[in-house]
Design a protein around this ligand. Structure first.
Ligand code: ASP
Length: 356
């Protein structure tokens, strides 16, 4: 790494791919990734920020639909390797799986006390109306921002910057395939609002224990899956999914406040899976609010059948948290218990889940 001693903010950009770095293929007219050096060429304003900036890029850059846990491990390892050399990190990433990457990194980077700002864009950076230029520059400014209270970094967590908002990464979800404001966190306020200035919501920023060193856990156990409920789901299809070979844990995406069919076959199928040692986490299909298993008989039955409540966690955070916990412990009870406890701000504590 070409590191020089400087008083300027020191930012490392990790370019993974995504629309932000894409260019139209003249022959096929479809978008394909291009070299990072073009990205800088397309944003000459970066030079106006008086920062020391280095970059590392995926070779080749990837569409985030191809993102895998091993890629998350690469990103986390690069941050660990260069942690002391830089004040902040900007990850350029496709929007499609950005919320999964943000959640995964938040679990991998324990005791993080520097900014990891993930951003991308809806339009390629080379296009006239691109949102990529503004997102990249704002992400760099946030990664360099200092908290006047203690002169430490303003942001000390993994966050997603997109258009007008900075969101806690493990609370955010992609909400639009078209709008520039493509992300939102429905159960946690924005960390900052971006308008004429960058206005931080100090009360909701994460403040870790600074005395604890960064610990990086890159292992992920992918023996997990989603099961989505829908009216008409059959006994055989549910049992088939619950019996998927090699699966240890399931995020069951339920209705409303964590409700599911009350029929006996449904209860029996869930109970049987739990008795076989499967961890079943109840997460709502709703984008806002969370699971309140005691509110309705149908939710309570699920609890009785052995499913655990995911409270107000997002699906993205739930599945990546399971991958992380399963990789750290093979004890089902430990994983199930830790799923109900917030690790790094990804969920409200069960008692604090807001009842709308
Ligand atoms: N398919 C692209 C990706 O996620 C979309 C984007 O970047 O917005 O990599």
């Amino acid at each position: 790494m070409n590191y020089e001693l400087t008083m300027k903010p020191r930012i490392l950009i990790l370019y993974t791919g995504g629309t932000i770095g894409m260019i139209e293929d003249a022959a096929t007219k479809s978008l394909r990734p291009f070299d990072f050096n073009h990205l800088i060429d397309n944003v000459p304003k970066i030079k106006m920020l008086d920062y020391f900036i280095e970059h590392i890029q995926f070779d080749p850059p990837i569409d985030s639909s191809d993102m895998k846990p091993s890629n998350w491990a690469d990103i986390a390892s690069q941050i660990e390797k260069h942690y002391n050399e830089f004040d902040g990190f900007v990850v350029l990433h496709g929007t499609d799986t950005m919320a999964y990457t943000a959640s995964a990194l938040s679990f991998m980077l324990r005791n993080l006390d520097k900014p990891v700002i993930i951003t991308g864009s809806q339009l390629p950076i080379g296009e006239v109306r691109t949102d990529g230029e503004e997102n990249l520059i704002t992400a760099l400014q946030i990664a360099a921002a200092v908290d006047p209270v203690d002169n430490g970094p303003m942001i000390r967590e993994v966050a997603i910057l997109f258009e007008n908002y900075l969101w806690r990464g493990n609370r955010a979800t992609k909400k639009s395939a078209d709008n520039f404001n493509a992300f939102k966190s429905y159960n946690y306020p924005p960390l900052a609002q971006i308008g004429l200035g960058i206005n931080y919501n100090h009360d909701v920023l994460r403040r870790p224990d600074f005395h604890r060193p960064l610990e990086v856990f890159t292992a992920m156990d992918t023996s997990v899956m989603f099961i989505d409920l829908f009216p008409g789901i059959s006994d055989s299809s549910l049992r088939h999914q619950l019996a998927t070979p090699g699966i240890k844990a399931i995020v069951l995406r339920t209705y409303g406040a964590g409700n599911a069919p009350t029929t006996q076959w449904f209860y029996d199928a869930i109970r049987a899976a739990v008795d076989r040692g499967k961890i079943i986490v109840n997460v709502t299909q709703c984008v806002a609010g969370g699971v309140h298993t005691k509110r309705y008989y149908s939710g309570n039955r699920l609890l009785e059948a052995g499913a655990i409540s995911g409270a107000d966690i997002t699906s993205e955070a739930a599945i990546t948290k399971l991958m992380h916990l399963l990789a750290r412990s093979c004890d089902t009870d430990t994983v199930a218990r830790e799923m109900t406890i917030p690790i790094c701000g990804e969920m409200s504590s069960q008692s604090a889940v807001r009842h709308p």
